[in-house]
Ligand binder design. Sequence first.
Ligand SMILES: Cc1cc2nc3c(=O)[nH]c(=O)nc-3n(C[C@H](O)[C@H](O)[C@H](O)COP(=O)(O)O)c2cc1C
Length: 374
Amino acid sequence: MGALFTPLSIKGLILANRLMRSATFEQAATKDGEVSPKELALYRDLATGGVGLVVTGIINVSEQGRISPKQNSLSHDGHIPGMARLAREVHDQGGKVAVQLFHAGREAARMHAWRGGGPAVGPSASPGDDIFAHENRAMTQEEILQVVEDFGRAAARAREAGFDGVQVHAAHAYLLSQFLSPRTNRRQDEWGGSSDNRLRLHLEVLAAIRSQVGPDYPVMFKLGVADGLEGGLPLEEGLKAAELLARAGCDCLEISQGLRGHDYQQSEFRTKVDKPGGEAYFRSWAAEVKRRVDIPVAAVGGVRTPETAEDILAKGEADLVALSRPLISEPGLPARWRGGDTGRARCVSCNKCFEQIMLGRSINCILDREKAEG
Ligand SMILES: Cc1cc2nc3c(=O)[nH]c(=O)nc-3n(C[C@H](O)[C@H](O)[C@H](O)COP(=O)(O)O)c2cc1C
């Protein structure tokens, strides 16, 4: 083995190895959005499975940004004790864990409709466009400033709950991606128009978090550096955004996609990963970012073998390799690889795990369901 099982420091946080659990929404909170026994068991399994850094699934920073009733939150102090139990569960097994801070923006439309509230919010009103069936309204200036504050305060709660760092979700069609993309951000004020203006929310969120958590706490971003559809964010603008975030004090960048297109091949969770050339489908984007910044970079998307992970590290394309679906199917995969059983991940990238989430169920792997059914 090469570098995969060597330590890495992110702003003084020492990770035992270069494998990261990419944030994965489990939809396993209680119906009131509190930490459940099922979640504690999931996180215990991830920690004992040996991954260097666990990133939680999406944790909403405000009720406005919530996407599901069974989603955890750090929108007020009452959530701190439950989230502290989750952090402890990982720490008790010797693991490290960061919170992924999240606002769904217009993707909260179904949740808003279900609660009987008004339309969801986004940078610009975009009723019934071709990639999004729901109506949403444009955020006011006051609402944008409120979101900035909500991210800052949620980060402070994450720190108080004992987490080792935070990661801002700025990818995958959610609020920050919506602001960065010219396709969904058609504002004429200081939050829209030029690429600098479309990145303003990211930089303000970073500054608000930093002022809440202090200079020594790891603040990371998962950044969509290009959209999966025409007329979306061009890669060059996404790379510039990565550079500006690093310069502004972000401590680690995980590189993924922004808005999704029409099918899985235009999404962040592509299928056909087993085909030649299908593995590690965003590695060239991570490599481009890595060339431009001097903070740790994580590559995510379709990594399924230790050979590919080692190759990414050996070529200096990234400092960490992040996995989502493989760890749903096999939380003990890092320990297996480390122990010398280096066969490819059991995950077949069928996306049935994601389809369960869309049906309102909590996360599971179809290979386990098939096994249980005999
Ligand atoms: C069921 C499911 C839930 C996910 N939840 C999140 C999430 O909460 N936050 C996030 O940033 N990405 C989420 N993702 C995307 C993954 O983190 C990852 O970027 C993507 O699946 C590609 O990596 P993989 O090939 O290792 O699965 C999710 C993916 C799946 C399949």
